[in-house]
Write a protein that binds this ligand. Sequence first.
Ligand code: C5P
Length: 410
Amino acid sequence: MQILNGKRIVLGVCGSIAAYKVAELARNLTLGGAIVDVVLTESAERFVGTATFQALTGRPVLTDMWALPEDSVVGHVALGVNADLIVIAPATANTLARLAAGMCDDLLTTTVLATTAPILCAPAMNVHMYAAAATQHNIATLRGRGFTVLEPAEGRMAEPMVGKGRLPEPAIIEGEIRALLGRTHGPLRGKKVVVTAGGTREPIDPIRYLSNRSSGQMGYALAAAARDAGAHVTLISTPVTLEAPAAMELVRVETAIQMRDAVQAACTGADLLVMNAAVADFRPAEVADQKIKKQGHAEGMTLNLVPNPDILGELAQRDDLFKVGFAAETQDLQHHAEGKLQRKRLDMIVANNATETMSQNDIEVTILTRNNDVIMMPRQSKEAAAVAILQTIIERLPRLPADRGAGHTE
Ligand code: C5P
């Protein structure tokens, strides 16, 4: 879902050393297709210059309420009235206080007061200023009014001090922006979506496990696409090297059994399950308490494996849940995928060539639906494929719970 495309985003920047970090945010929002109007407070101008943001957004940067373009009749409120979203990053203790008091003594606070769009604040300040009762009270007030106020990150501050007060990473703020826009405009707003990602790890002893080459990249991209489309997303992930995505629930699991339990819990009341994880079909029958030693196995050793539960198969009777499976095959792709679609009573299966895709960035998939549609997609990045797959799902999702259940054929 290209949720940023054409959206008018006001990026308010306050006077904090973290201001330099939001240059990257301004750039990425612009690259995503958003029309980004940067408003600098007076003290922000002491930390960053207008030229940086002007170059990155391709738009004039606004600082002074009395120096707006002549063509804007009601210039001081126009930005707020026309915005799809306002993000204030970094939000200082002073600006949070002014906002909580409902003041409009500069262009940024006036813009906020004049908007009906969602407002996101990403605070950044000294540890003690953040912990101060006044700041905490102001944040609680703003949250009570519907503002989304992020928790600052913990770590090293500009002063020689470690604590809570750092600006969240630009990627996290961007994820929160996408989620907020999705919840306002996206086709999956109000829907609950569960996505699984990565390859399960089946322990042999305390340090060894059986697993597969799944990187989790596709599952994470699908979860992000669902979040951008406005869904409440639960991402159930095995250990992978990817950053935890913003604005979704992340449940960490390792084994197929843990994943089964997490999926069953998350699917209560869910509308859509996208089962992208590569679940091990078998696990060792017994897990050794101690590391298995070479000694005593001079002739080699045999691992006794037992089948894992079929997570999707166990949900076959959930006709109220739209179920999407993945089939990574090394031969007879379409034939095997069709069999799985039927056996697991899926609504859709996404098939791909396992030898080609598990370790690569690009992917070529074929989608089969229970209504016998066959959709072949071109080779593209996993992010682009995730958006396209989700779009195909959205077009087939029942609009109302009452639409579900009818016509499920074997
Ligand atoms: O059964 P197979 O692994 O071939 O089918 C693939 C699909 O089934 C994937 O969507 C995978 O996440 C899911 N699966 C499952 N439980 C298993 C094995 C696979 O839900 N034990």
